[in-house]
Design a protein around this ligand. Sequence first.
Ligand code: NDP
Ligand code: PYC
Length: 342
Amino acid sequence: MSVFDAADSIALSIQEVFDLSLRVLKGAGLSDAHARAVARVITAGERDECASHGLYRLPGCVMTIRSGKLSPDAEPGIVDASPALVRADARFGYSLLAFERAAPLLVEKAKAVGVAALAITNCFHFSALWPEIEHLTEQGVAALAMTPSHAWVAPAGGRKGLLGTNPLAFGWPRPGPHPYVFDFATSAIARGDLALHEIAGQPIPEGWGVDAEGRPTTDARAALDGAMLTFGGHKGSALSTMIELLAGPLIGDMTSRESMAFDAGAQAAPCHGELILAFDPAMLGGPDPAANAARAEALFAAFADQGARLPSERRYAARARSLARGVRTPRPLYERILALGF
Ligand code: NDP
Ligand code: PYC
């Protein structure tokens, strides 16, 4: 989703996006390994025209690093906890390096026993989940990822922030370059997109949030100060609660409410856990994996037959454009990043 004026933008190559991100992150004090892991994901977000999780996140990363809460050079501790479980203690660094370090063992376990879990704990988390999901589907496994955030979202029937924007992402490996992937917040919209509406001075649709008095609002600032709403009413509320539980107490880490209390107004990225599950189609699917894959393809083809698109198709089209021509980044954002002084 883009709320910016395309005319007021500057052209950057993908390499320039990565170099800018790396320079800012290292300049702010992140270790080389963390800075590269974060810069890769920010660059992927900008490349795929995911405005809320691309370069827009850089100033927030700097604020998180400066908060003093994040450990900028934490070396993740990877533990082979059981035949089906990898634990990755991010030791209060960003989640992304922990994921990179633990993913090979997760895939190895899924292929050995059919289903395996990666529990990342004590991580600062700001990123979209699809880069991790795509990485796993490239290794031939289906995958599901989820994480809490901060208590910005009211439960269905409530009016005050309690749940996180809690994204849920799923991927299914397919022949060809692009897996089936969806990745969405369980709030009606990601908080990043709500903030982008505020910056652009644009109204929001009804159903995204309520003001501080719990009244429906179309004003982005009022919703940021009040509470966001879940998608699908009680259904999104229950899914979001499931994510709080599975990526929180189940793996021994914080809920969105606890993460917000831990932040104590520092405005760092949320700090909590992330749960990732990997499924091996070859082991789970019985004797004829090729027939199973063909049946999945028939399902996807039936979407196109009735004019529907698959999730991520917009992203893949944006990626092709960006790889060919580079990206256009809103000038105010670019200038804000330069003004960070790195
Ligand atoms: P959207 O409501 O835009 O939903 C995104 C998903 O739905 C994408 O997979 C998208 O594919 C797909 N989609 C959108 N429109 C259609 C359509 N018409 N037909 C089929 N599929 C469609 O985004 P959200 O605001 O919910 O989330 C945006 C991002 O924010 C996610 O990547 C999420 O991980 C991230 N996030 C991260 C959080 C964190 O704590 N780390 C918290 C909350 C969100 P496509 O991209 O191709 O349009
Ligand atoms: O956009 O809701 C969001 C979000 C929270 C943490 C990272 N992104």
